[in-house]
Design a protein around this ligand. Structure first.
Ligand code: MTE
Length: 301
């Protein structure tokens, strides 16, 4: 008998929704409709086990940072106005050929998978989210960067009609942040297009965002429309506003306080409990090697 070996994040057939049998799991995931995880259950065979219960969906989708809508956390209703379809993403800068792909075209060329990640905001709150998406390394491969590219920058849509926060003149819009090529191609770097088995909601960065679980949340750019490959390190929006508080690397470290508050612990928004913060948000075994030769860099700010 042929036994197909299943990767950690794949679902056994009997856990797929009934529709899964007619539509196929991949099609369902692309449409954001499969139910990969039961909230509250952290599956033992996850590739990167979160070690904490999944945050209730309601909490993760109604307590958000998305300054293009508001500086308050309860922006989720306003964010529903952001059109999610059609959506396209352009590859720019140091690439073999600049191109713009529709989200559907992009999704046809990737392998979707489920991953449960811890998410740690620089403001010292955190959550555990079951994402559906694909490896950032795949996005980089599809963009076909030149050998001279050293950084990858992600830009959020700046939709003045639907994003009232863009009227705040103080902020240097559009929202942008970046990582090194080595970080972008590390297996942990992820591109969510879904969460809790549904399409990624606008308030969480729908229809497509990035997630870098070992870094403070502000690096995880929402609702991306442009991926740029650059030789020189770009300045992210937060670094542009206040470089002494928000740097390029922004790796999580409980021992390096933010200039205005401690980073030693964090509030889990699901349970309300304060828990100790971990170095690299607990993902050191996968990413610490990226920084082995980074002497003199402010890795944790
Ligand atoms: N992306 C954009 N475009 N605008 C933002 O304000 N906030 C960042 C990050 N990405 C932000 C953004 C911050 S500070 C955090 S903590 C996370 O998104 C929050 O993601 P969540 O709302 O899905 O929890």
């Amino acid at each position: 008998m042929l036994i197909r070996s299943r990767r950690g994040w794949e679902l056994p057939e009997n856990r797929a929704t009934p529709e899964g049998f007619s539509l196929g799991r991949r099609a369902l995931l692309a449409a954001g409709l499969a139910a990969p995880l039961l909230p509250g259950l952290a599956r033992a065979d996850d590739k990167y086990p979160p070690g904490r219960p999944v945050t209730p969906e309601k909490a993760a989708t109604t307590y958000n940072n998305y300054y293009e809508f508001s500086t308050d956390k309860d922006l989720w209703e306003d964010a529903q106005a952001l059109p999610q379809d059609p959506w396209s993403i352009s590859f720019a800068g140091l690439v073999e050929k600049e191109q713009t792909l529709s989200l559907a075209e992009l999704l046809r060329q990737v392998q979707l998978e489920d991953r449960v990640y811890r998410h740690r905001c620089v403001e010292a709150w955190s959550m555990v989210v079951p994402w559906t998406g694909f490896a950032m390394a795949r996005l980089v491969a599809l963009a076909r960067p030149l050998g001279s590219a050293k950084f990858v920058a992600f830009t959020t849509i700046a939709d003045k009609k639907h994003m009232p926060g863009l009227r705040m003149p103080f902020y240097p819009w559009p929202y942008i942040d970046s990582v090194t090529m080595a970080e972008a191609t590390n297996d942990l770097a992820f591109i969510p297009t879904g969460m809790y088995g549904k399409a990624l909601p606008p308030q969480n960065g729908g229809p497509i965002r990035i997630h870098l679980p070992w870094k403070y949340g502000f690096k995880s750019v929402k609702s991306i429309v442009k991926v740029s490959f650059l030789e020189k390190r770009p300045v992210g929006m937060w670094e542009n506003i206040q470089s002494s508080e928000y740097g390029f690397w922004a790796n999580v470290n409980p021992e390096v306080p933010h200039p205005r508050w401690s980073q030693a612990s964090e509030r889990d928004i699901g349970t309300g409990k304060r828990i100790p913060t971990q170095l690299y948000n607990g993902y050191g075994e996968f990413v610490a090697g990226l920084y082995a030769n980074s002497t003199g860099e402010k890795l944790f700010m």
